[in-house]
Write a protein that binds this ligand. Structure first.
Ligand SMILES: *Cc1c(COP(=O)(O)O)cnc(C)c1O
Length: 277
């Protein structure tokens, strides 16, 4: 694993006073690795930099150094298919809520985990549940504070669903760890990238695909009713890529099988990734 700027063997080097551990005071990224290569690493590092800025955390090293270290880690671990998990906490210091003194440095860790691609589920589709979005008002920052997301995902799993789609009142925001798109009359809708959602890198790629394929996409809010009455629904996230959602709670979406537009996006996303490798 990567621990600060060193690649080490140990996995149990957490300081009990690490602010990531005690307050969730830190940020993270999950990067997909396909055929031994991290996908869209620059985009992930740029988002990490943005998250750091938004929580007033100074990254301990440059983006290009971090990229090199992560690439080293992938090759040392001989990872072919899987993810890199990386987090930066505000550091370890006696537990007081306010930021520690300037001489405390952030703690960076990263490790890899083998994971299969979700090809079967991508082809066949999955089900989701709906649950109220109880998160704070800065969901645009990829922070370690994930308790509401954990609770939502647990509820999904208890209902044999792949994801929990979140709504604030009538407005659908995103899902516990993925972004949500709906298709109605051949046009796509997804929540705008503001403080209510995490702007996924997969989401951004789908926007680009829509532009290139002349698919009409609206970055607009839509309601729970719009979702349930949509012709197609899909979710996007790193390593999940693009997953068709065929059922939400008890409601069948569209025909109950993966729709035309979703299939097109799945195919285009794969092609995009194959080009990158
Ligand atoms: C990370 C994350 C996503 C998906 O982002 P990707 O960059 O596509 O992996 C969506 N929603 C939330 C809440 C997330 O934390």
């Amino acid at each position: 694993m990567l621990w600060n700027d060193q690649i080490v063997e140990r996995r149990d080097c957490i300081n009990i006073e690490d602010r990531g551990y005690q307050f969730g005071d830190g940020i993270y990224e999950v990067i997909g690795v396909y055929d031994g290569k991290p996908l869209l690493l620059t985009e992930h590092m740029e988002r990490l930099e943005r998250s750091a800025r938004e929580v007033q955390l100074t990254l301990p090293s440059s983006i290009s150094n971090l990229k090199n270290r992560l690439e080293d880690l992938v090759s040392l671990n001989e990872l072919e298919e899987g993810i890199i998990y990386m987090q930066v906490s505000r550091g370890a210091a006696p537990r007081w809520h306010e930021f520690p003194a300037d001489d405390i440095s952030p703690v960076t860790i990263a490790y890899t985990r083998p994971e299969e691609r979700m090809t079967t589920i991508e082809n066949q589709g999955a089900t989701a549940i709906l649950t109220e979005d109880i998160r704070w008002l800065r969901c645009d920052i990829k922070t370690l504070n994930l308790l509401p997301n954990v609770l939502a995902k647990q509820k999904a799993v208890e209902h044999q669903a792949i994801e929990a789609i979140l709504h604030r009142g009538e407005t659908v925001t995103e899902a516990s760890a993925s972004n949500v798109f709906i298709v109605k009359d051949g046009e796509l809708y997804t929540h705008p990238a503001n403080n209510f959602i995490l702007n996924g890198i997969t989401r951004k790629k789908v926007l680009q695909i829509c532009k290139e394929s002349a698919l009409k996409l609206h970055e607009e809010t839509y309601t729970v009713t719009d979702l349930l009455e949509a012709d197609e629904v899909f979710i996007t996230a790193t390593k999940l890529d693009v997953i068709p959602i065929l059922k939400v709670d008890e409601h069948t979406i569209g025909t109950g099988s993966p729709g035309k537009v979703t299939k097109k996006i799945v195919k285009a996303f794969r092609a995009l990734y194959e080009q990158e490798v």
